[in-house]
Every structure is written in structure tokens, then in C-alpha cells.
Design a protein around this ligand. Structure first.
Ligand code: C2E
Ligand code: MG
Ligand code: MG
Ligand code: MG
Length: 291
């Protein structure tokens, strides 16, 4: 960490510090202030049953709304929050908010389950599982309505400790999803080791189906893999009906669809409105090529 106090300060700024470092430090400070001022928002994106068109759940996705009203993407601040450890309190904030909102929304839709992203950095914390389980219990959301999304990076280089933590989540009754599947490293090895319930196909594989043969084959293979391993499956980044159609021909009625085709991530109030409509999305496919 840079030392910017006392006598070093003058020398530091004049010689060593380039504008990138200054930008980084000021972003870090702004993140700390943002946490104090509760400038973080949680958006929700529906996950839709490909069989029925019903909303079965939603992914909680953080946003940062600065005082001037600008909404900043997690891609622009989560990496630094991870490096600085700020993702730990930020992650707890997202979990609490997601559990509170979902508890309220269960009255509108009893099936709802919320997915909350965890960063690998959070697994470095001494009592991650205890802390998160305490939050869920305190809010009073039944654990069956919560899923935590992790990536393979959680177990990389830290296998025994990480798997132990994952098993503790499972013992607490919390479901686990493997996010961004296919983009990581030795996926199959980790897949075998990790006690997960759900696979989320990364949107990079959905992007070019059905026209791109390779992407289509990879998507089909991941779907078969999930079926063979008895895992639930979420296809991320579905943006158009051609993609939906391809997926719906994979003989996987339990698949869930998450993507702009149905809805982008929405502020809590707008997502709540969406649940009021109680009207399933159109998942019916009627192409001539269909058997
Ligand atoms: P992710 O967990 O893989 O989340 C899915 C991302 O795909 C979201 O981006 C979502 O808005 C986007 N997406 C969904 N459908 C479509 C689509 O049809 N087309 C396109 N182009 N994009 C789609 P978002 O919200 O910008 O989040 C980016 C990443 O930031 C997340 O990827 C996740 O890794 C991280 N993130 C977001 N919220 C949190 C959080 O609370 N904690 C942590 N640790 N990470 C978070
Ligand atoms: Mg995710
Ligand atoms: Mg993902
Ligand atoms: Mg991602």
C-alpha cells in the first residue's frame, strides 16, 4: 500500500506517483465513502423457466449510484473492491439487502429464490460462512430461497479450505451455483470437487448460438453435462429469440433463462412491479424447424 503520510508525502507525489495511481487511490477512497453513505444499489434480473415462462428467481447485481446520480457498473469497481478487501463489507451489504427484498417478494411469488454473487476474496475471511449465515438468519429469509454464486477462482490454490467452506454453506441449507461456467481453468476437475447445485453457462457461449457451430456445440455439451450430473442449469445472456429457440430444443424443460430478451437487471422497485404483473414470459417456440 502506498504511504502518503508525513514526510514521504511530498517526495511521493512529485516523483513516484503517476496519474493512474492517483486515480486508483481516489477511487478507493470514494468506495469507502460510498459504503458509509450507502450509495450502493442492488438491481435484480429475473431468471425465467424455459418450460413455463414463469419467474423462478433473480440474480442480485450491485450498482454504485454516485451523488451526482451516475450509475456505475460493477465491472468498474468490483475488481478494486476485491483488491482492497472492501468487497467484504460490500458483499455483506448486498446479501442483507437481497434477503430483505426477497423475504417481502415471497408473498407475491412463493417460488422465488435469490442468487447473490460471492467474490473469491470473501473466502479469505476467517468466518465467512458464520457471518453470512448469521445475516440470513437475522433477516429471517428461509435459507432454501437463497443461492450463492461462486466461480472456480474460489477453489484455485486454496482447495481444501474452500471446499470445506462450501460444504458448510451446504450444511446450512444454502444452495450454490457455479457462475461463468466454461470460462475458467480445469473446469471438470473443479466441477467434480465442488458441492454445487446449479451451473450457469457463461454468456460468451450463448452469444453466438445458433449460427456459430462451435459455440452451439459447446452450449449443447454443457447442457448435457449438467443433465448427466443432475445439476440445475441457467443460461446467461440470452438476448434474442433465436438463442431461446436453440436452447428450448435441447430437451431441458428445467433450464432457466437469464438475459436481456426478458429483462435487464432492474432497480428493486421496478422488479417488484414486474412481480405484480404475474404474467409469464413468452417462451413458446414456433419455428418450422421444430419437431
Ligand atoms: P455475473 O455474476 O456473471 O452477472 C451477469 C452479468 O451479465 C451482469 O452484469 C448482467 O447484467 C449481465 N447480463 C445479463 N443478461 C445479459 C444479456 O442478455 N446481455 C448482456 N450483454 N449482458 C447480460 P453486471 O450486472 O454488469 O455484473 C457484472 C459482474 O460483476 C457480475 O457478473 C459479477 O461477476 C460482478 N458482480 C455484480 N454484482 C456483484 C456483487 O454483488 N458481488 C460480487 N462479488 N460481484 C458482483
Ligand atoms: Mg453471477
Ligand atoms: Mg455469470
Ligand atoms: Mg461474469
Amino acid at each position: 500500500r502506498a504511504k502518503i503520510e508525513g514526510k514521504n508525502r511530498y517526495q511521493f507525489f512529485t516523483k513516484g506517483m503517476n496519474s493512474k495511481v492517483i486515480h486508483r487511490l481516489s477511487l478507493e477512497n470514494r468506495l469507502r465513502v460510498a459504503l458509509d453513505r450507502e450509495e450502493f444499489l442492488v438491481y435484480y434480473q429475473p431468471k425465467v423457466s424455459i418450460g413455463s415462462g414463469e419467474i423462478l428467481g433473480m440474480e442480485a447485481l450491485i450498482r454504485w449510484q454516485t451523488t451526482d446520480g451516475q450509475v456505475i457498473s460493477p465491472l468498474d469497481f468490483v475488481p478494486l473492491a476485491e483488491e482492497t478487501g472492501l468487497i467484504v463489507p460490500i458483499g455483506e451489504y448486498v446479501l442483507r439487502k437481497a434477503c430483505v427484498d426477497t423475504g417481502k417478494w415471497l408473498e407475491k411469488n412463493k417460488k422465488l429464490s435469490v442468487s447473490v454473487n460471492l467474490s473469491a476474496r470473501q473466502f479469505m475471511e476467517k468466518d465467512l460462512v458464520g457471518t453470512l449465515v448469521a445475516i440470513v438468519h437475522e433477516v429471517g429469509l428461509p435459507v432454501a430461497h437463497l443461492e450463492l454464486e461462486i466461480t472456480e477462482s474460489v477453489v484455485m490454490g486454496n482447495e481444501q479450505t474452500a471446499i470445506k467452506q462450501l460444504l458448510e454453506f451446504k450444511e446450512a441449507g444454502i444452495r450454490l451455483a457455479l457462475d461463468d461456467f466454461g470460462t475458467g481453468y480445469s473446469s471438470l476437475q473443479y466441477l467434480r470437487m465442488m458441492p454445487i447445485d446449479t451451473l450457469k453457462i457463461d454468456r460468451s457461449f450463448i452469444k453466438d448460438i445458433p449460427d456459430n457451430k462451435d459455440s452451439s456445440s459447446i452450449a449443447t455439451t454443457i447442457i448435457s453435462l449438467a443433465q448427466a450430473l443432475n445439476l440445475e442449469l441457467v443460461a446467461e445472456g440470452v438476448e434474442n429469440r433465436a438463442q431461446l429457440e436453440f436452447l428450448s430444443l435441447q430437451n431441458s424443460k428445467d433450464m432457466q433463462i437469464q438475459g436481456y430478451l426478458f429483462s435487464p437487471p432492474l432497480p428493486d422497485a421496478a422488479f417488484s412491479e414486474l412481480l405484480n404483473l404475474n404474467c409469464p414470459y413468452d417462451v413458446v417456440v414456433s419455428s418450422p424447424g421444430r419437431e
